[in-house]
Design a protein around this ligand. Structure first.
Ligand SMILES: Cc1c2[nH]c(c1CCC(=O)O)Cc1[nH]c(c(CCC(=O)O)c1C)Cc1[nH]c(c(CCC(=O)O)c1C)Cc1[nH]c(c(C)c1CCC(=O)O)C2
Length: 368
């Protein structure tokens, strides 16, 4: 009673009782924390033997993503093994495309495959509709609800979605294994007015999807722009920056205190200006971004949180190489608001004991 909450940035008042605010949320709010929080992109998945058992029991990847009970279990698996600071909702990025009307399958070697591929403006009207969006995504909202009850108090629950350009890339290419992205790039480059409705449909759907995740209990949001790096600069601004800014504005209007991380993988020099243009609370850095630049420009000049950026292959390598690079990143970025993570998702050949060693090193790190 009578406590001025503004003077207690580290305390969250829940139903009248005060308890320490979670480490990850403090960092995302722009605070330099006593040690950086850590979570890892793709921290759940195939590098863990116990994951394979659950996936099999669920009848494969699609079944796993649509079964809250199994999805909750695999979300929690890495947290039982490692001392991490957050859980990320277990679901998959192309599920929203399936909710809009495409058929999603996983094929060995190809990853997610979406049919029919969306290749023209008339395909959008013929094959896609948002009318059943929430019905189709209901199992994901249920997974989030169950996770809020299952997670220990000090862990943060991260909800997520692919950003519109990245989801569109999967929808247009169809096959996950496509490496040149010829179809989506041809469309976006040569017929921007015809491609715009797809991005607009996705932007609106992603706003609703994330709004529902937050209502179900997600405490922070990450937008994965995994294919930011394949666009020439003016188109990066149009197809990545503008839609992400729209999503951030819409979510902030409704949920001002929920922090948003965006990960524009491969953006290169376009990382410069990205935080200002989109309004995100935290910028996810891929492994090519120089940490000294991020410390100076994003943390020091803008007061923004950064997340990243250990190369996932170092986690496969382990040993002195992993230790030294982790130390270098910690030293460069721990002077400001910082979330330790990888520069892209964990790869499936990662030995779990290397993840344990990394988590331990980050947790025992101190500036001294
Ligand atoms: C591009 C993208 C996808 N999915 C995702 C992204 C963005 C991150 C990135 O850039 O890597 C995000 C994602 N996918 C998955 C999660 C779950 C939560 C977590 O991070 O632990 C998250 C956050 C599960 C998954 N998504 C996928 C698996 C493997 C499925 C299996 O069991 O075979 C998992 C655990 C499959 C998937 N899903 C996707 C691809 C390209 C693939 C095939 C390649 C691969 O397997 O790594 C699309």
């Amino acid at each position: 009673m009578g406590v001025d909450m503004r003077e207690e940035p580290d305390v969250e008042h829940v139903a009248g009782e005060a308890r320490p605010k979670k480490l990850l949320l403090r960092a995302l709010a722009g605070e330099r924390t006593e040690r950086p929080p850590i979570w890892l992109m793709r921290q759940a998945g195939r590098y863990l033997p116990e994951y394979h058992d659950v996936r099999e029991a669920a009848g494969g990847m699609v079944g796993l993503c649509n079964s809250p009970e199994h999805a909750v279990e695999v979300t929690l698996q890495p947290l039982r093994r490692f001392t991490l600071d957050a859980a990320i909702l277990f679901a998959d990025l192309p599920q929203i495309a399936a909710a809009l009307g495409q058929t999603l399958e996983y094929r060995v070697g190809d990853g997610p495959v979406l049919t029919p591929p969306i290749r023209s403006t008339s395909d959008i009207t013929e094959f896609l509709s948002a009318s059943r969006l929430h019905e189709e995504l209901a199992p994901i909202y249920e997974t989030v609800r169950q996770l809020t009850r299952a997670l220990p108090d000090e862990l943060t629950l991260i909800g997520y979605a692919g950003a519109p350009w990245t989801v569109a890339a999967y929808m247009v290419e169809g096959r996950g294994g496509s490496s040149e992205h010829s179809f989506v790039k041809q469309w976006a480059l040569s017929d921007p007015e015809g491609f715009q409705p797809l991005i607009d449909l996705l932007t609106a759907a992603i706003i609703e999807f994330l709004d529902r995740q937050i209502q179900a209990g997600a405490e922070a949001i990450q937008l994965f722009e995994s294919w930011a790096g394949i666009l020439p600069d003016p188109l990066f601004q149009r197809w990545c920056v503008t839609p992400i800014a729209a999503i951030v504005a819409a979510l902030k209007a409704k949920h001002p205190s929920v922090p948003i991380i965006a990960f524009p993988r491969g953006a290169g020099l376009a990382y410069n200006g990205f935080a200002e243009a989109t309004g995100v609370d935290c910028v996810g850095l891929d492994s090519t971004v120089p940490v000294e630049w991020a410390a100076q420009k994003l943390q020091h000049e803008l007061g923004r949180c950064v997340q990243g950026n250990l190369d996932p292959q170092l986690l496969v390598a382990g040993g002195p190489a992993l230790h030294a690079e982790t130390d270098r990143i910690l030293n460069a970025l721990s002077g400001g608001p910082f979330v330790f993570n990888l520069g892209h998702g964990i790869v499936k050949t990662t030995p779990p004991e290397h993840v344990a060693a990394l988590a331990q090193q980050v947790r025992s790190w101190s500036a001294a």
